[in-house]
Design a protein around this ligand. Structure first.
Ligand code: PLP
Length: 257
């Protein structure tokens, strides 16, 4: 069994965050573990409150896992604040993690800030130790300081993020209505395009979390970055196709456990 850790925020309605990560990991047949950074009070209509956990409890969760259990891959999601990013960076460096996937979560689909804007510079430092970074177009625009209008701009943003030290960067095109293509910039500078199919559904809560968790699961199982991204794309496409109505707002993607 491969053991995969998610370091992220809790989503009370279970569609995104830690809850989505663990569901996606179970679906890929790996053992999921969690370090919770912040708790959101959230339903399908939005995020209503966030409570960040203390540096001490975040540090301790990381320490006790790594002191006891072999970890084959780590996914990082919502970090919320600079002090959380600094704490996570310290822990990841201390335990020399392998297969580190960073989803640079910034704003929820409902428009809530899941990362304080003043924490972006700290996030860039964390990105410097990532094996794979998975920004969507709005996140890539902030990190790359570039307005993205087409695929060439996506590639340029990816290269800029790579210059921060990241090995591979996957820019997700799902937020661009005219291009559902995701673009991977590999460690050796190649550009790999993953064409996506667009599904007509409003229920897309948790897509980013699910994709990055699936990718890190396959990296932990020994796949190459390109193979793991392809399997992640295949799974998230099925999960979006299988998404469903929940509550009164944006429903979650469906998992296949
Ligand atoms: N809540 C948490 C805890 C998250 O980590 C994320 C995204 O990573 C979201 C909410 C946002 O999910 P979405 O934008 O898919 O609604």
């Amino acid at each position: 069994m491969k053991n995969i850790l998610t370091i992220a925020g809790s989503d009370s309605c279970g569609g995104a965050g830690i809850q989505a990560d663990l569901k996606a990991m179970s679906a890929q047949g790996v053992y999921g573990m969690s370090v919770i950074t912040a708790i959101t009070a959230q339903n399908t209509q939005g995020v209503f409150a966030v409570e960040e956990l203390s540096k001490e409890i975040i540090e301790k969760q990381i320490e006790v896992i790594f002191e006891d259990i072999e970890v084959h891959g780590v996914k990082v999601g919502m970090l919320s604040s600079k002090y959380i990013i600094d704490t996570v960076l310290e822990g990841l460096k201390k335990y020399k993690v392998k297969n580190l996937v960073i989803d640079p979560v910034m704003i929820s689909k409902s428009g809530y800030n899941l990362l304080r804007p003043e924490a972006v510079e700290a996030l860039k430092k964390l990105i410097g130790i990532g094996d794979l970074i998975t920004p969507n177009v709005p996140e890539a625009e902030v990190l790359g300081e570039i307005k993205i209008k087409n695929e060439d701009d996506m590639i340029e943003a990816g290269r800029r993020i790579q210059k921060m030290g990241a090995k591979n960067v996957l820019i997700k095109g799902g937020h661009r209505m005219d291009s559902p293509t995701d673009i991977l910039i590999t460690e050796d500078g190649r550009v790999v395009k993953y064409k996506g199919k667009r599904f007509e559904t409003k229920n897309t809560h948790g897509t980013g979390c699910t994709l990055s968790s699936t990718i890190v699961s396959y990296l932990g199982k020994g796949d190459s970055v390109e193979e793991a991204v392809q399997k992640g794309k295949d799974y998230i496409s099925k999960a979006i196709e299988n998404s469903f109505d929940l509550g009164h707002g944006v429903g979650p993607v469906g998992h296949f456990i």
